[in-house]
Every structure is written in C-alpha cells, then in structure tokens.
Design a protein around this ligand. Structure first.
Ligand code: F6R
Length: 241
C-alpha cells in the first residue's frame, strides 16, 4: 500500500481529485467507483470545479456507488442516491443513466444484489474505486464479521455505524438498520483503490488496516491483498502508522 500524507482535508481532497481528473482526461470512458459520507465531499467539490473551470468532461464516464441504505428511496434526502445528486451528479455533465447506486427500495434483494455485481463485471470492473473507512474498519458497509463477503449483499449495520451516521439524521432512531453494499469482489475489481481518511477517530482503523493481520473483524485489512491501493489521508488519521 502506498500512503500519501496530507496536512489537511483540503490537501487530501485536491490530491484525490487530481488523480481522478487525470483518469477522466486520459480515459473519457472510464468507470469510477464512488463513495458517500463526509470524507469524499471535498473531492467531489474539486471535481465540480474541474468541470466548471477547466472543462473536465464527464459525458462518457460511468459511475457505480458502493452502497445504499435499505428502505430509503432516491427522494429521501439521506439516501445515498440523493447524496450523490446533491454533491456531484447535479453539477457535472454526466448522463443520469451512466450513474448507478444500489436500489434501496428493491423488493427482490437477491436479484438486485446479483444484478449489481453483474453490472460491475460487465463494465470490466472499476478504473478507480474511492473508499472511505469506518471507525470500526468497515469499507463500503462491509461490517466487522467472521468472514469477508464476496458478493453485493444486504447487511445489518453495526451499532457503531448507526451511531456514527446519526449525525445526518434527525435522531439515531431514524438511521436505517440495514444497507445494500458491494462485497469484496466488486471492490477488488478496481484497477486502483483510493482510500481516503481524515480525522483522528480513524487512526486506529487505519493502523490496523496497514499493519495488522488480515482479519474480517477489520474488513479494510483485506485491502493488503489488492495490488494497487493508495491511502490518501490527513496526518491525524495516520498518527498510529
Ligand atoms: C460510504 C461508505 C462508508 C463510508 C465510511 C466513512 O459510501 O461506504 O464506508 O466511507 O463510513 O464515512 P465518513 O466519510 O462519513 O467518515
């Protein structure tokens, strides 16, 4: 794993966006794997700036997001589809049909999950997959577990995750208890994984991800097996490395 240490959130966001912008310029038909949460918001702002001020063209780009809350539809302002519209898609020239987020309202979970993995495979995997990391070491919504789950699946969210994400909802009771998440196979289809992290609360998970044993109790540790992972993190998040 290659580690890039940044002084602050703005530097992390600029450096990440620069890599993605270079890919979009070099390979206009690229496939971007995207994440939600607080960490990538600055990167998305930079990408919007590249589009508005430097003509970065997203018209041939395809995106696949990591996850979606189960039970939330695109109209719900805390759904990840809505997050992506608000923070990126509504501000760039990507065709709506090129953007993919798991369907949180599906009545056929098994089929939706299988189709999502088929979609990623049919695209030839992602060129870049952006991922954040939970305080508990989750990537996407692959929570600490006794096994690593390969396929896209429905997952019960950890109490830690529900607490951490309560800040986006009126109350903790409003946070969905389940999500549909990409499993490790689709995440590993990426030619390059960019793991972003900021904040001292991530330091322990980052240290265990980089130095610890590969253990499904710390799901991000499986990234040690991927040949091309770059960690772009604010220095507080690297304090224990
Ligand atoms: C989001 C996702 C999650 C977040 C993680 C960190 O699509 O898959 O794994 O990346 O929970 O969230 P933030 O960035 O809010 O600290």
């Amino acid at each position: 794993m290659h580690v890039i240490s940044c002084l602050d959130y703005a530097e992390m966001s600029r450096k990440t966006a620069r890599i993605i912008a270079a890919l979009v310029q070099l390979k206009p038909h690229c496939v971007l794997g995207l994440a939600t949460g607080s960490t990538p918001v600055g990167t998305y702002k930079e990408l919007i700036r590249y589009h508005l001020e430097e003509d970065l063209d997203f018209s041939n780009v395809t995106t696949v997001n990591l996850d979606e809350y189960y039970g939330l539809g695109p109209e719900h302002e805390q759904s990840y589809r809505c997050f992506m519209q608000r923070n990126l898609f509504d501000h760039i020239n990507i065709p709506p049909e090129n953007t993919h987020v798991p369907d949180g309202l599906t009545r056929d979970v098994a089929r939706t999950c299988a189709e999502y993995d088929n979609l990623v495979a049919s695209l030839g995997g992602t060129d870049i997959q952006l991922v954040g990391i939970g305080d508990n070491g989750h990537i996407a919504f692959n929570e600490p577990n006794t096994v690593f789950v390969a396929n896209t699946h429905l997952v019960d969210l950890d109490e830690d995750t529900i607490k951490a994400n309560a800040r986006f909802f009126a109350s903790e009771g409003d946070v969905p208890r389940q999500a549909i998440t990409m499993g490790m196979r689709s995440i590993f289809s990426a030619k390059l994984i960019l793991l972003l992290s900021s904040g001292p609360n991530k330091a322990s998970a980052i240290a265990r991800m980089i130095k610890g044993p590969i253990d499904p109790q710390l799901p991000a540790s499986i990234l040690q097996l991927h040949p091309n992972v770059v960690v772009i993190a604010v220095k507080e998040a690297l304090a224990l490395v």
